[in-house]
Design a protein around this ligand. Structure first.
Ligand code: TXE
Length: 497
């Protein structure tokens, strides 16, 4: 029998249980067994975490550090995350089912995000304004916006935590991070790293619990000044409504139905690799999954043949094993949705070239939430699999003849997160990337990310950008200071001269 790990919350620099002792189970998606439990934070816990963060920013030790000293602590965090990336990645894999090769690699890279923002901590500058009044010195300062509520989902926890915590701390804010109830363990394991680094109490608080009440109370809390949310669009609508209470600005990093265009002049091997990475990486549970692959007619048949063959060769199995290439889905709900939508799409006239079901004849995969890499040929975009975000390893392939048609198909979506273009024609690469409505465009590559490059979308994919230099502005508020430099006292406003 698996030994169960019982995690604790991390509030105000201390590990603790939920105030009422409540806990919930976390299931390993590759075995279907409970392997850990996490506290279900109560209203009292959320309130304590927010107050601790508020105290840290405005009165505590954190508020007295210079920006450079804050940067040093972020560098220490980066170092420690890099040292324990293997362990943090393994915990993330056990809890979410995401491939260990990905979680370990991504966590190691996450340290670069902390380092990037560590360097920015003492480069957040105000301005002296060329003001239109005599005897006035007017300048702006960029102050920490306040307590940041960071809501992270289960599909890339260490990464999506870093994109929020890095800029928030560099700006001088303090954070309350709420992990997803689907995979709570990585965040609570990360709490041990935070504790070792030695941040002043209250700077980073890590809690777990359900959307109701924990997520609601956190995002509507009167002392929260900024909400950074990654998750689904339906939950995002609740979050935005919650902030009607505190008027906290929100950034929303939601899902997508990103197009990946393959032109006849593309390097076919590269395009196939892009489509495989965009659809089967992270078992397709990625917000930037390139799940609508739109291929020009001259290459279409060859492309279908190649992706089908490659999909069939993918080694499915235990996500912790070194030779596995694709793990399970994170939840039974995700699995059921993939099965249902693929079947519905076939009934609507789509052709299933491979997959569309749970793997057969593999006893070792029966208990887990596994789904075969799936390739579906779709006659048009009325097919359900081309419209809804599936968050599973399902590639929908469409055919086009002209560039105009490709752009029209690409833009026929309510989402606007990522897009891929595979072509050897430089002019076309620029032309099409200008014409596509999305926050990110990758040309002859796919799913590349960097702390230096802004990340985010629009429409149903949300708003605001994470990563990059500009992201830090969202964690600051501007103060304008007017100083009267005249040697005379301020004039009486009721005496007209
Ligand atoms: O996310 P949810 P789920 C998409 C993907 C997926 C779907 C649902 O399509 O199938 O969303 O995924 C917290 N106030 N993405 O169920 O429900 C909740 O506790 C405040 C895309 O995992 O959006 C959790 O911590 N918070 C995506 C977080 O919101 C609330 C990543 C996300 O939960 C709340 C994940 C409330 N009222 C899913 N209710 C991406 N962009 O990568 C819930 N939460």
């Amino acid at each position: 029998m698996t030994e169960i790990t019982n995690y604790q919350l991390y509030i105000n620099g201390e590990f603790c249980d939920a105030s009422d002792g409540g806990r919930f189970d976390s299931v390993n998606p590759s075995t279907g067994e409970v392997w850990a439990t996490a506290p279900a934070a109560t209203e009292e816990d959320v309130d304590r975490a927010v107050n601790a963060a508020h105290h840290a920013i405005f009165e505590g030790e954190w508020s007295k550090l210079t920006p450079t000293q804050r940067g040093h602590l972020l560098h220490k965090l980066a170092d420690r995350v890099a040292e324990v990336a293997h362990n943090l990645g393994s915990i993330e894999t056990t809890d979410s089912g995401k491939l260990a090769a990905e979680t370990r690699g991504q966590t190691a890279y996450v340290s670069d995000y902390y380092r990037f923002y560590a360097g920015m901590a003492d480069k957040i500058q105000g301005e002296v304004l060329p003001i239109d009044k005599p005897d006035m010195h007017v300048f702006t300062k960029r102050e920490p916006i306040g307590v940041v509520a960071a809501i992270v989902p289960w599909n890339a926890e260490m990464f999506l935590t870093a994109t929020k915590v890095g800029p928030a701390l560099a700006a001088g804010c303090a954070v309350v991070i709420k992990a997803s109830e689907i995979a709570p363990a990585p965040i609570l394991e990360f709490a041990k790293v935070v504790d070792e680094v030695g941040f002043p109490p209250g700077v980073i608080n890590l809690i777990t619990g359900f959307g109701e009440p924990c997520g609601r109370i956190l995002t509507s809390h009167p002392k929260v000044s900024k909400v950074a949310f990654t998750g689904g669009a339906d939950t995002a609508r609740h979050v935005v409504a919650n902030t009607a209470n505190n008027f906290a600005p929100v950034s929303l990093e939601l899902g997508g139905k990103s197009p990946l265009l393959v032109f006849d002049d593309a390097d076919l091997e590269g395009a196939v690799n892009g489509a495989i990475a965009g659809n089967f990486g992270a078992s397709g549970q990625s917000c930037v999954a390139g799940s609508r692959v739109i291929v020009q007619s001259g290459l279409y048949d060859q492309f279908i043949e190649m992706v089908t063959e490659r999909a069939q060769q993918i080694r499915i199995g235990d996500p912790l094993a070194d030779d596995t290439q694709m793990g399970p889905l994170a939840t039974q709900v995700q699995l059921d949705r993939c099965i249902r939508v693929v079947a519905e799409s076939a009934e609507q006239g789509a052709t299933i070239h491979t997959g569309g079901k749970r793997p057969e004849g593999r006893d070792d995969l029966e208990a887990g939430w596994y789904f075969e890499p799936t390739v579906i040929g779709c006659p048009d975009q009325t097919i359900t699999s081309t419209r809804v975000e599936l968050f599973g390893p399902v590639m929908s392939v469409l055919k086009f003849d002209t560039e105009e048609e490709a752009i029209a198909l690409a833009n026929d979506t309510e989402f606007g997160l990522g897009a891929g273009i595979f072509t050897s024609n430089v002019a076309r690469a620029h032309r099409v990337s200008d014409a596509i409505h999305s926050g990110i465009v990758w040309v002859n590559t796919y799913r590349a990310i960097s702390p230096i490059a802004p990340f985010g979308g629009f429409g149903q994919s949300g708003y605001g950008r994470e990563a990059g230099v500009d992201a830090i502005r969202d964690f600051t508020r501007t103060k304008t200071v007017w100083i009267n430099t005249s040697s005379e006292p301020m004039a009486n406003p009721f005496v007209i001269r």
